[in-house]
Ligand binder design. Structure first.
Ligand code: GUN
Length: 293
């Protein structure tokens, strides 16, 4: 079997088209232009690419953006002061602090300082809790993007064995929490594997839907995948340069081998990546809509 390629790129394009209409309506009917403020501390090259892409997508959709690039040695107090300013600014509907932060800044302290109703990343404990009890305001972008790929590709999750490899707060834990809910596009039986799991392969071989979020290049090999499984690859790793000088990327899945066994698979690039930014735009529009009097 050669897998169907699940193009997150195309699905993201469809969603952005829908969002553009909503954004124009917000502007015309309510005089509201959604605004996103993004802070990047330090020089991490991957984070710079991600933040650049977020700001560019805002411009393409008609969302206002504020981008603040701060030096590596920025103090925690200065970052908190910036967030406080954005918390109070009515033009700012969404606030995003790019992770990871430098070691001298306490990540949790920063995340809880963002007003929950502007937390478009969905990382504030209030929003994490709301997601867990099935009453979300803002779902975290990458996990929500994974769910949207499944839903918009007509892949049923109800009653399915879903195995997530990885337990990060950004992807592994929340994607499991989303897919286990008693809700449309969820209702799955979910297992989370991690670095202390005794036999990961024993679990992944049971997966009807396998979500790879281990953070290790090509960690999921063909022998770990059940024939006909749906494979969602959340990993992004730079593995050198293409001939044209672009970054060469791979995911957490050994794509070439696994695509011969899976029934459907997301590629890297062009899979989950474009969905993340699109879900961020969706949350920013949602936040702006909540301001309608
Ligand atoms: N770093 C990696 N992924 C993300 C994300 O979704 N949001 C933020 N803020 N930082 C990240």
């Amino acid at each position: 079997m050669t897998a169907k390629i699940l193009s997150g790129k195309d699905i993201a394009k469809d969603i952005r088209k829908e969002l553009k209409v909503e954004i124009e309506e917000l502007k015309e009917k309510h005089g509201i232009v959604p605004g996103l403020a993004v802070a990047l501390v330090g020089e991490d090259p991957a984070s710079q690419v991600y933040v650049g892409a977020k700001v560019k997508t805002c411009a393409r959709l008609g969302v206002n953006s504020i981008e603040k690039r701060l030096p590596e040695d920025t103090s925690e107090a200065d970052l908190l002061a910036l967030i406080d300013e954005w918390n109070k600014d009515d033009q700012v509907h969404g606030i995003l602090v790019q992770l990871p932060l430098p070691k001298h800044i306490d990540e949790q302290k920063i995340l809880v300082s963002i007003r929950p109703d502007k937390d478009v990343d969905g990382f504030h404990p209030t929003n994490v809790g709301k997601m867990l009890i099935g009453k979300p305001d803002f779902l975290p972008c990458t996990p929500h993007g994974c769910q949207q790929i499944l839903m918009r590709s007509g892949i049923e999750t109800e009653g399915k064995e879903v195995v997530v490899v990885g337990r990060s707060n950004i992807v592994g834990k929340p994607v499991a929490a989303i897919l286990v809910q008693k809700a449309k596009g969820a209702n799955a039986t979910v297992t989370i594997c991690h670095t202390r799991t005794k036999d990961i392969k024993e679990h992944t071989l049971r997966a009807e839907i396998l979500i790879a979020a281990a953070g290790v290049p090509k960690f999921i090999t063909a022998d770990m995948v059940k024939e006909g499984a749906v494979v969602i690859d959340v990993g992004v790793h730079r593995i050198g340069k293409t001939e044209s000088g672009k970054d060469k990327l791979c995911g957490d899945v050994d794509f070439e081998a696994v695509k011969e066994k899976a029934s459907a698979i997301t590629p890297v690039p062009g899979g989950v990546g474009p969905m993340t930014i699109t879900m961020l735009m969706m949350n920013t529009v949602r936040s702006a809509k909540l301001r309608i009097k």
